[in-house]
Write a protein that binds this ligand. Structure first.
Ligand SMILES: *Cc1c(COP(=O)(O)O)cnc(C)c1O
Length: 379
């Protein structure tokens, strides 16, 4: 094969390496140090709120959010179904039960019209997911939450830098969790963050992310010898200062990286928009799509697996979209959710990252066009 295009790729280089060298020179490599604090300040501008905590990943940020909001064993948490299972797992880590709700057929985020039917006396909150980064319907979701006395957490693992009706992702829910895993829009390999307008929630999460005591940096320079005492079960959910240094560079590059992804999405729309055998992803006008992944829906008469194998054979990286959570055995009895189940069976993620060239997008588009027109991939 003469052309091969990766499904996803991080955009990191000399600037990030230089930042890592500076952390080595500083001697503070572990978490909750000066680099983490600087990153948190800078990321607050991205989130559009004053309070940010750096974390080990998005799963830990989601867990901390629920602990800070007071989730207890026996509680129920409503979760948008179509998501990576970190969302559902985090509810179980908090000892609660995830109750999955079906998603909009066009943008795959939780369907606000189906939320109220899932609310019971045990429901304490809603975790809305931004599928592949496009924000869910926060005006409608917040209105339902207010009416029933529930909190809202935004799983913005894929949504760093996105906006909804002109407002930053980070300022749309009570708490917002981000991922900086290598497949996300900006990355330190692994990493995450939690943002909130409410300082007391982030303060509590900060304590719980460092075993239940104040981080060591707050004791530095003390005139006496403060001895912390442990009164609450915490975790080590810290980002390291090495990762934070990488993230500080990535935050500076975020506008360029988002632009590069938008250009690739524009290219796919121009070159594939007329194809009858696939449906391209919907990007709504009242919110921005950061294109963490570019996910197409193959027509029911096509064999999704055969299309994916043909793409890979031609050097085009691809995968299924994400998971219909309610179908995962771990979560036990859940209602049937037909929209999520359907897209789970028909989605294919095709290459999307900030390093894609125009030639890459053209090659992927031509390859996909010829594969879906071939009778060999019909069922
Ligand atoms: C990637 C992802 C996560 C998990 O992120 P980690 O940083 O790996 O914990 C959670 N939710 C969604 C929607 C994701 O896409």
């Amino acid at each position: 094969m003469n052309h091969s295009v990766a499904l996803g790729a991080p955009t990191v280089g000399q600037e990030e390496l230089d930042a890592v060298r500076e952390v080595f020179d500083s001697g503070w490599l572990s978490g909750a140090g000066p680099s983490c604090l600087a990153f948190e300040k800078e990321f607050a501008a991205v989130a559009g709120v004053d309070n940010v905590l750096s974390t080990s990943n998005c799963g830990s940020a989601l867990h901390l959010a629920q602990l800070a909001l007071g989730v207890r064993p026996g509680d129920e948490v409503i979760v948008g179904d179509y998501t990576f299972p970190a969302t559902g797992h985090s509810v179980m880590w908090a000892g609660a039960k995830p109750v999955f709700v079906d998603v909009r057929p066009d943008i795959w985020s939780i369907d606000p019209e189906q939320i109220e039917a899932a609310i019971t006396p045990r429901t304490v909150g809603i975790i809305a997911v931004d599928p592949f980064g496009q924000p869910a319907d926060y005006d409608e979701i917040n209105a339902i939450a207010r009416k029933h006395g529930l909190w809202v957490i935004e799983d913005a693992a894929c949504a760093t830098g996105a906006t909804y009706k002109g407002r930053n992702v980070g300022s749309l829910a009570d708490m917002t969790a981000y991922s900086f895993h290598g497949r996300k829009g900006i990355t330190s390999g692994e990493g995450g963050a939690l943002a909130s307008a409410r300082a007391e929630l982030i303060d509590h999460a900060r304590k719980l992310h460092t075993y239940g005591i104040a981080p060591a940096i707050t004791r530095e320079g003390a005139a006496d010898l403060p001895i912390p005492s442990f009164d609450e079960l915490g975790y080590n959910y810290r980002m390291s200062d090495v990762q934070a240094a990488i993230m500080r560079v990535q935050v500076r590059r975020l506008p360029d990286l988002l632009l590069a992804r938008q250009r690739a999405a524009d290219g796919y729309l121009a070159q594939l928009g007329d194809l009858e055998q696939i449906t391209l992803p919907t990007a709504l006008d009242d919110r921005t799509h950061p294109w963490q992944s570019y996910v197409i829906t193959v027509a029911p008469e096509l064999d999704r697996g055969a299309v994916a194998m043909a793409l890979r054979a031609a050097g085009v990286g691809c995968n299924f979209g994400t998971y219909a959570s309610h179908l995962q055995p771990l979560y036990g009895d859940q209602a049937a959710l037909p929209v999520s189940a359907e897209i789970f069976s028909r989605h294919i993620a095709i290459p999307m990252h900030a390093n894609l060239t125009e030639a890459d997008v053209a090659y992927v588009s031509e390859t996909l066009r010829s594969i879906v027109s071939d009778s060999a991939v019909r069922r």
